[in-house]
Design a protein around this ligand. Sequence first.
Ligand SMILES: [Zn+2]
Length: 326
Amino acid sequence: MRAKRSKKYRKLMHQYELTFGFRAPYQVLLDSNFLQQVHNFKMDLIPALERTVQGNVKPLLTKCSLAAITAAQPINPKTGKPFRPYHLPPPTVLPLRHCSHNPNSEPIDEIDCLLSLLSPNAEAKKNKEHYILATADPAVKKSDNNNDNQQRKRKRDEEREEEQALRRARNLRVRARSIPGVPIIYVKRSVMVLEPLSTPSENVREGVEMDKFRVGLPEPQPKTDEAAEGAAKKKIPGLKKARGPNPLSVKKPKKRAAESGPAKTPRKNDGTGASNENGAGDGPDGEEAGAPKTKRRRRHHKSGFREENEDGAPSTQADQAMGVDA
Ligand SMILES: [Zn+2]
C-alpha cells in the first residue's frame, strides 16, 4: 500500500520536474494549520515530508505564518511575549522565510502571504520559486460537554470560528490549485497526502507535451524572403546540406607528381649535406652555422683561398681562416 503510494508520488514529482522545473531540495512553505496537525498526529516533520515528495526538502515558515501561530498563544507574564507553542519546531529545523508586504514589513494575513509567495504576480499566475505548499484543515478543538448556558453559547461561537477557519483553509487550497505548478501537501487523518496535478497544472503539462510532439513534425514553409533566410540560417537537426566529400579522405591529385618530381627530396638532401659539411669543416666556427651557403662556398674556395692568403690579400675570410688554423 505504502509502496504503491510512494511510487505514485515519485511519478507526480517527476512531472513537476519535467513541466515546471522543480528540483530537490524542494522548498516547502508550511502553514500554521499544517504544523498544528503534524504535532497533533505526532508526525516526524522532515521525514514525513521527504517521504511524501520522495526527495530532500527545505521547509520554510513565513513571518506572517509565524505571526499567526504566536497570535493564538497566551502571553507569558514573565517575558511579556507569547509562549512558544509546542507545535512550532526550532528555527534550525524550520527556518524563517522573510517576506515583506508593506513598507513597515508588518505581517499580513497568512493566506494572502502564502498566495503572494506562490504567485508573486497575481495576473500572470506562476510559481517562479518552485514552492510546495503544505497545509491542513484546522484542528478541531475538543470542548467538554457542559450544559451550562454560558458554556453553550461559547461553544456555539467556537463552532462558528472553526467553521470559518475551515472555510479559509479550503479557500487557500482552492486558490493555490488555480496557480499552475504548485504541488500541495495536506494532512488527512494522520497521513500526508500529495495532491494530484490541478487542472491548470495539467493544462500546462499537456501544452509542454504538445510542444514536444510538434518539434518532431516538419516545419511549414516560410512565406517571406526574410523568413526563408531565417529558416535557412537556423540549424535544423537531422537536415544535412549537400557538401563535397571529406577532404581528408580524398587523395590529392597532385600528390603523385610531387613524389616523382625531384624537387622535394634533393632539396632536403642539400640542406642536410650543407649542415654536415659545416660540422666537418668549420667545427669551431659556431657563428657561421646560420649561413650554410657562404660556408659551403668558402669550403669550396678553401684551397684557392689559402693561396690568396699567401698572396697577402686582406679579407674577412682570411681572418677567419687564420682563426681556424690557430
Ligand atoms: Zn508574509
